[in-house]
Design a protein around this ligand. Sequence first.
Ligand SMILES: Cc1cc2nc3c(=O)[nH]c(=O)nc-3n(C[C@H](O)[C@H](O)[C@H](O)COP(=O)(O)OP(=O)(O)OC[C@H]3O[C@@H](n4cnc5c(N)ncnc54)[C@H](O)[C@@H]3O)c2cc1C
Length: 350
Amino acid sequence: MLLETSALVIGGGPAGATAARFLSGAGVDTLLVERDCSYVKPCGGGIPSGGFNEFHLPQNLIKKKIGRIIIVSPGDRRIEINLKGGHLYITERGVFDQALRSLATQNGASLVEGEFTGFEKAGGAFLSSVRRKDDGEEISVKSKYIIASDGITFSAGKNCAFKQPRHLYTISATMRRFDGDACEFWFGNSHASNYYSWIFPSNESASIGTGSSNPKELPGLLDNFITRKFGSNMESLSRNNEIDRPKVFPVPCWRGGPYSHGNVLFLGDAAGMVMPTTYEGIYYAMKSGQFAATAIIEGRPDNYRRMLEERFKYRFLVMSLFRRLFFRSDRTIEKWIRIHEYSAVQEIAC
Ligand SMILES: Cc1cc2nc3c(=O)[nH]c(=O)nc-3n(C[C@H](O)[C@H](O)[C@H](O)COP(=O)(O)OP(=O)(O)OC[C@H]3O[C@@H](n4cnc5c(N)ncnc54)[C@H](O)[C@@H]3O)c2cc1C
């Protein structure tokens, strides 16, 4: 079967679904391909309220509104920050991504559940292969643009022979019973290296996890964090059915792209758009979707990179520098956290 469209969007996460929403909303013929519409990405699901509201997203996607953040240093220095002028909204990623895809299809985008497996150039267009999920049929899709929003799979990037952005790794699980109203960020090399350990409460449950550049050490780090935070361990929480099975998942390290290759545009995690130090990526994925769509609607795909850089490059560079300076040892992290005691810094950082 051969389908023809103007924009083929690969991946229906926050980046791809948002690009499809804006493209189809402007009347651009758009085909969104998501390999598994029931997929739930391992994620804390936290989005600043300002970013959430900017996209006019349905309020029923908010599982919890967080107004307070707790930061705990390696040496047990504890800082509580009341968020001023907004909240951190906690969403459930499976539901959130589905809702974003619905906004795209309501605007007229077509949605195919299937896996993109590669593309080749065909004159001035692209000919992509997609394997449909329900019957395994191979579909060919001819398109003028390819939106590569397939997250860390980076399949279109590999097709362009691009080097994938480097990764850090996370391990996370859902605690089935958790009573708390603050997002907690815990620092310390014994349970998080180059990263932090977190607790993001949702409705009576919480996402708990930690990160490292070495995936092999993750289970031990999570165990150490559970011991530090709860005085318990993974085994006993699992035995009492208090926690899900943990999942390991990579998080890209921002390196300034790749953003585009002719009419192939890279978005969200596929472009490494995750903020160094905080490791938040949902808002930046949605913004990259909006910018990519705008560039295509205006017939200037080369403007996409400029829009991203004008808006975010400086912030990403500064946070990247902070990460290199401070996320090195418990001693340097202790300094990083001390800075957050100043309310002026809290206002910039939170
Ligand atoms: C444990 C963890 C916690 C996190 N917590 C937060 C947080 O609280 N707040 C925050 O802002 N960020 C968080 N992040 C980062 C955030 O999850 C990502 O930055 C964000 O999901 C990126 O969106 P995306 O659309 O670029 O990619 P994704 O969300 O990964 O979406 C990619 C989509 O493409 C699909 N796909 C992949 N390959 C193909 C293919 N070949 N064909 C078709 N479809 C394909 C996938 O199924 C997926 O649906 C977290 C990350 C991790 C790992």
